[in-house]
Write a protein that binds this ligand. Structure first.
Ligand code: ZN
Length: 303
């Protein structure tokens, strides 16, 4: 542990002066996937930045989540001041709105390649939830057609999207009153792990997806990251939630989505192309079996 505390990453993070321990926090009252209140198993007490963040895994369904975690106000302050410098300190290179846009262009190209053969017809409308400066929405619309809309809580990034002619909506998808509006293609890219309520947001996404439309959602598979980096290397305060190839499909079923296609990228992201349908219950017994296996694997990895 002392070696880790003296690592270059830990020194760069410490130099930011972010006092995570004193930030406002609360504990989720129940598991966001299965609703259980007393099945949490603590799996680590420190994250990849060396910050004292505790992660639990639900013994009933296998969902991982931070508990305690920053409050909504705590996260707002974190994203306004600390998130990009912290990620830059971790990687040892500058990561900001500018560099992210370059990364997103490559991401958008691979997303277009995935979606193009799967859409029966070009989308007339595209909604990118958490779409930041609109790089992905613009690239997807440019390649597939469709009028792009970006919804995002960050005003600075949304202002950039607006200057490039995109329709922008300020806020969170789960709070957005869309009335009768629906979108043919709904995207939520590299965002789900950052949410404070995955289940509610996916239900909102389902409500915004047109009949016969499609959605794309990707998750960072914590099992895959853990196999490479250990559980402490997988946990980070910017991710309140830790999903897997088993728990993500369970969330989709509960929200009323069926999986049309799935892809796994080298960085451990599982991307899902989803079709709207009726909400159904996942196989809870299979989820519990997955939870037992996942917790066993974490114990073996941590031993
Ligand atoms: Zn659970």
């Amino acid at each position: 542990m002392e070696d880790a505390l003296r690592s270059p990453v830990a020194e760069r993070v410490a130099a930011l002066g972010y006092d995570f321990a004193t930030q406002p926090k609360d504990r989720p009252s129940s598991c966001n996937l299965c609703g259980s209140v007393d099945r949490q198993v603590e799996v680590c007490r420190r994250d990849r930045y060396g910050l004292p963040a505790a992660c639990v895994v639900c013994g009933r369904c296998g969902l991982g989540y931070l508990s305690p975690r920053l409050t909504e106000a705590g996260y707002a302050s974190f994203y306004a001041t600390t998130y990009r410098p912290l990620v830059s300190a971790y990687h040892g290179r500058r990561i900001d709105a500018e560099t992210v846009q370059v990364d997103q262009q490559g991401y958008a190209a691979s997303l277009v390649a995935l979606l193009a053969p799967l859409l029966a017809r070009p989308p007339a409308t595209i909604l990118d939830v958490g779409g930041s400066t609109g790089v992905v929405a613009r690239a997807v619309a440019g390649a597939l057609g469709g009028r792009p809309t970006v919804i995002d809580p960050a005003p600075d990034e949304l202002a950039v999207a607006a200057t490039s002619g995109l329709e922008v909506i300020s806020g969170f998808a789960e709070d957005f009153e869309a009335g009768p509006r629906r979108w043919d293609l709904v995207l939520m890219c590299q965002t789900i792990d950052h949410l404070l309520d995955v289940r509610r947001t996916l239900v909102a996404l389902r409500g915004l997806t047109a009949d016969g439309g499609r959605a794309f959602v990707d998750v960072l598979d914590v099992e895959l990251v853990m196999r490479r980096a250990g559980i402490e290397g997988a946990v980070k305060i910017d991710h309140p939630f830790y999903l897997t190839g088993t728990t993500a499909p369970a969330f989709f079923k509960l929200a009323g989505y069926t999986i049309v296609a799935e892809r796994l990228t080298d960085d451990g992201h599982r991307g899902y192309v989803l079709a709207p349908g009726e909400p159904t219950q996942p196989d809870w017994a299979a989820l519990e079996a997955h939870a037992v296996e996942f917790l066993d694997e974490i114990r073996r990895q941590s031993a």
